[in-house]
Write a protein that binds this ligand. Structure first.
Ligand code: DI6
Ligand code: FE
Length: 403
């Protein structure tokens, strides 16, 4: 198939999976209609498509476009005051039980309509795009009940109409128990299974379903029916699992063939083995770990041994991870979780795509995938990881267009 655009002169990291250590290749990349149609030697690609537009990358390092596979970027207001209270000695869990936490953001989110939510989120989205992000996952969850959840999901979808980025949406209805819900947690989950989840599925506004399996949220036995219902409705599942204690969230996620289990600080050996067998991705969220001053890092060595793929994401949310830098997330992953440069880079490309069920389409530079790329002003891949506050992006390419 003849190309309409050829990117030449790049030192390309394809992130194919055999990429440790990372060694850039001098490769030209030909695209047509936004997808990669060939990778190879410049002269050869030019000969096969003499009419194609040629873009010279001048020897720069090229990676797949970065993917932030876990964010809650649509929300009402900040909670910086709660961060101050935590530093003064209160715990995240105590603040949440006292009416702060997720429920406070639910209230500030309900105060905004879809347009206002989108407007509030766009500066955060722009910060990620300025670092080479070309695909962004956005969870609902600060709507909580059906109508506001649909509003949040619509605002999430609208991001992709306002910016050159792909958005993958996740319904997180089981994020917190609405105060005074008649019948309590059992009745709430029953309502999600019978009404909210089917309505969200029918709306087409969600690409996956997530749930918050946590002491301050829902225990695994309550969430099992919800994950089962999601699968029956044809939606893949994800799970916030084992962040503050070992609730056997990893095993629950694996049982439902989850695309990913996220956090995993306290996941045990059986849970990790189950994730390995299920092919689920471990999404590590070092921003939340850092902001909460946690001391118990996720079992990275055991995840490696069990061959569980590891992704890294910002978890951008106002409570536990007000982080809008995927490069900082990579650095925190390296410094706090001992991840290698290759793991950090794969964690925001190939494995992040896998965590969204989108690996067939993106996450590596291969024929047939979207031509989503980040072009960097750095010599070596390690510079992308081992810096904070640098602005190394030269150019973001989304679907073969420089944006
Ligand atoms: N994701 C979440 O949704 C929660 N933690 C996490 O990693 C809670 C976020 C919040 O406190 O608002
Ligand atoms: Fe989260």
């Amino acid at each position: 198939m003849s190309a309409d655009r050829i990117f030449v002169g790049g030192r390309v990291l394809r992130l194919l999976g055999d990429s440790s250590p990372l060694r850039p290749q001098s490769l030209a990349i030909a695209a047509r209609d936004g997808r990669i149609v060939a990778l190879g030697e410049e002269g050869e690609l030019r000969r096969t498509a003499p009419q194609a537009e040629v873009v010279n990358l001048d020897g720069r390092l090229v990676t797949p476009g970065l993917i932030d596979c876990h964010t809650h970027i649509i929300y009402g207001s900040h909670r910086a005051d709660e961060a101050e209270r935590r530093l003064a000695g209160e715990t995240y869990q105590a603040i949440a039980r006292g009416g702060g936490g997720i429920l406070r953001t639910v209230a500030s989110t309900a105060a905004l309509d879809e347009t206002q939510l989108l407007r509030a989120a766009l500066p955060r989205v722009d910060a990620l795009l300025a670092e080479g992000v070309t695909t962004l996952e956005i969870k609902s969850g600060y709507g909580l009940t059906l109508a506001p959840e649909l509003t949040v999901l619509r605002a999430a979808r609208a991001v992709a109409t306002r910016r050159a980025v792909s958005v993958s949406t996740t319904y997180l209805g089981a994020h917190a128990l609405p105060p005074d819900f008649p019948g309590g947690a059992d009745a709430f989950i029953e309502r999600l299974c019978s009404v909210d989840l089917p309505a969200v599925a029918a709306s087409g506004l969600a690409d996956a379903v997530d749930a918050y399996c946590e002491g301050i949220a829902f225990p695994p036995e309550r969430l099992a029916p919800l994950l089962e219902r999601a699968r029956a409705l044809g939606l893949p599942v994800k799970l916030h699992a084992d962040q503050f204690s070992d609730l056997q969230g990893a095993a629950l996620a694996a049982r439902y063939g989850a695309l990913s289990a996220d956090h995993l600080e306290y996941a045990d050996a059986a849970g990790i083995a189950a994730l390995g067998r299920a092919g689920s991705v471990a999404v590590l969220l070092p921003g939340a770990y850092y902001f909460l001053r946690e001391r118990h890092p996720p079992p990275v060595q055991a995840l490696r041994a069990a061959r569980v793929p590891m992704a890294i994401a910002t978890d951008c949310n106002p409570g536990t991870s007000p982080l809008t830098s995927i490069l900082a997330a990579m650095n925190l992953g390296a410094v706090l979780f001992d991840l290698t440069t290759a793991e950090c880079l794969a964690g925001v490309t190939r494995e992040a795509a896998r965590a969204l069920g989108l690996l067939a389409d993106r996450g590596t530079l291969e024929v047939g995938k979207w031509c989503d790329m980040a072009v960097w002003n750095v010599e070596s891949p390690a510079e992308l990881v081992h810096a904070l506050g640098a602005r190394p992006l030269h150019q973001r390419i989304w679907r073969a267009r420089s944006v």
